[in-house]
Design a protein around this ligand. Structure first.
Ligand code: HEC
Length: 107
């Protein structure tokens, strides 16, 4: 537990400089950490729905997410429904990663 807190503090310090461009709902999150979580828990199902391309769900024309706060809610909803067990900070990391790579919502 103590190790987890230390790592979180370190990551927060790092993320504060690394992702200053992220919108308010996940301003201090760490997209690099989010990337690992998405790869582990989210990609394969999205890929199976879109002919093997895991990116298509975020880049399709009629995508559902239209704002930074919707992005975070969608990640939270998937996490809850799927029981992925992400902590709230990890949900923000995931949102920050998806924003950096696909959605590009401005701060
Ligand atoms: C069991 C399959 C499955 C898994 C696992 C899954 N998703 Fe999804 N996800 C979907 C489907 C299906 C949609 C499209 C829903 C729609 O269009 O109504 C979706 C849509 C989304 C969207 C919205 C895309 C848009 O249209 O803008 C986001 C963001 C998202 N998922 C994030 C995640 C995250 C983060 C995880 C991992 C915690 C995850 N999903 C895991 C099936 C899955």
């Amino acid at each position: 537990m103590i190790i987890r807190i230390c790592v979180a503090a370190l990551l927060a310090a790092f993320a504060a400089t690394a992702s200053a461009q992220q919108p308010a709902p996940f301003a201090n999150a760490d997209p690099h950490k989010g990337e690992k979580l998405v790869t582990k828990d989210c990609q394969s199902c999205h890929a199976s729905k879109f002919g093997g391309n895991p990116d298509a769900i975020y880049t399709r024309k009629d995508r559902r997410v239209k704002s930074a706060s919707q992005l975070l809610s969608q990640v939270t909803m998937c996490n809850t429904q799927l029981n992925s067990g992400f902590f709230p900070d990890e949900e923000k990391d995931v949102a920050a990663y998806l924003n950096q790579h696909y959605y590009h919502f401005k701060p």
